[in-house]
Design a protein around this ligand. Structure first.
Ligand code: CTP
Length: 404
């Protein structure tokens, strides 16, 4: 099998320079990349850079390399087309089927998955014209990644930044791996909690846990690649924001509960992948707790934290909402998992066996997905992304069976 063929479309925005890094990641990971820049984008990054980094000619107009590759072939032969950055103008052209240069021609001839990573000023992104164009493209099966929030050109900040090239690359990798054009979570809003809460004892100490947040982030990345709008409620994670994800940062279980309850009414799916502390110190010392010579420390009294999963399962914020929980067990994994599924009242419970050297912080995971309808699906040891995909498969199945 040859290398997967990727077309990298670049339209004319200042973020075009970030596409160089995306191109590098794509070529280094074994993809055959053909860059198709628009004429306007050559003001930001020149043809020579694209040709040198991709090892392929980079043409802008349909007639330029006709003797080598007729323009229709580029789109027809691609396994993936990714446009990064996609300007408001490019989204408008794509939505209306214009074909006045090589990139727009390529978009019309491509039959593979198409990913747009928009970047523009907040006002342009929020304009009804752009939003309608985005909706049109999504309805037709394209994956339009939500821009990131942050510093834009100049001094202004807001929504409209191109996500990190590394994270756009992750989306491309996921889409290529799935190999299907239709994003099956399109139109769905999923809320995912990830990481581990920290319950402060004093300004410098906390009760915490070993959760890295990697499983929750894998769920967020894969959901974006399947077309979902994703809100990620991240508790104390040190991971890069995934592309296209709205990240809400929290610290404690109480803050996490607040953020989940705020997002849940608008969610089709809520996945509680965070390790939420069951207890918190009954008292918070406003100043650092000091040791006293010759005295043993006072015992730390704990109180119960709210059980967020049980609460949102019992009190569904939206009809038909699917609630997914996780269970980390060290013994009697399956029995404990079945009992927990009933106790928590969620639709799916992902049970995995944990220990100091297992699961936490690792890239791999192994689990059984227990369903309230009685099915028990084992997911073999493998990347956390594979488990994430298996969870989304179960979620989409539930939607399909409800509709039937
Ligand atoms: N969870 C939650 N709120 C809590 C504790 C846990 O929402 N206060 C969620 C977790 O996000 C996870 C699931 O509940 O999805 C399972 O958590 P776990 O700690 O394994 O279950 P517990 O109810 O704490 O059971 P036990 O400690 O007895 O194993």
């Amino acid at each position: 099998m040859g290398k997967p063929k990727v077309v990298l479309g670049v339209s004319g925005g200042i973020a075009a320079y970030k596409a160089c890094e995306l191109l590098r990641r794509l070529t280094e990971s074994g993809h055959d990349v053909r860059v198709v820049p628009t004429a306007a984008s050559l003001n930001f990054v020149g043809e020579a850079t694209w040709a040198a980094l991709s090892g392929n000619p980079a043409s802008t107009e349909v007639w330029e390399t006709v003797h080598e590759v007729p323009h229709v072939r580029i789109g027809q032969g691609a396994d993936l087309v990714v446009v990064a950055p996609a300007t408001a103008d490019m989204l408008a052209k794509a939505a209306h089927g214009l074909a006045d240069d090589l990139l727009t021609n390529t978009l019309l001839t491509a039959r593979c998955p198409v990913v747009f990573a928009p970047a523009m000023h907040t006002e342009m992104w929020e304009h009804p014209a752009t939003q309608e164009n985005v909706a049109t493209l999504r309805r037709r099966g394209a994956l339009v990644i939500e821009p990131a929030v942050g510093r834009l050109t100049g001094k202004d900040t807001g929504k409209g930044r191109l996500p990190d090239p590394e994270e756009i690359f992750e989306v491309c990798r996921q889409v290529l791996r799935r190999g299907v054009a239709a994003p099956d979570l399109a139109g769905r809003h999923v809320v995912i909690s990830a990481g581990g809460t920290r319950e402060p004892l004093d300004p410098v100490r906390f009760l915490g846990n070993r959760s890295s947040g990697k499983q929750g982030y894998a769920l967020a990345r894969t959901a974006v690649a399947r077309g979902a709008r994703v809100t990620l409620i991240a508790a104390n994670t040190a991971l890069a924001d995934p592309a296209g994800v709205d990240v809400v940062r929290v610290g404690t279980a109480v803050q996490l509960r607040e953020a989940v309850l705020k997002a849940a009414p608008d969610a089709d799916v809520v996945v509680m992948a965070a390790a939420v502390a069951d207890f918190r110190p009954a008292e918070y010392a406003g100043g650092k707790i000091k040791k006293k010579d010759g005295e043993d420390p006072a015992p730390v009294a704990l109180v119960r934290n709210p059980d967020v999963l049980a609460e949102i399962s019992a009190d569904r914020a939206r009809e038909g909402q699917v609630v997914v929980g996780f269970a980390a067990e060290t013994d009697d994994v399956l029995d404990n998992g079945r009992a927990k599924l009933r106790r928590k009242g969620c639709d799916l419970l992902v049970v995995n066996e944990v220990g100091e050297a297992r699961t936490f912080g690792s890239e791999e995971n192994e689990a059984i997905i227990l369903s309230s309808d009685g099915s028990e699906i084992p997911v073999p040891y493998g990347p956390k992304e594979a488990l994430a995909e298996a969870i989304w498969d179960q979620v989409t199945q539930r939607y399909m069976s409800r509709r039937a």
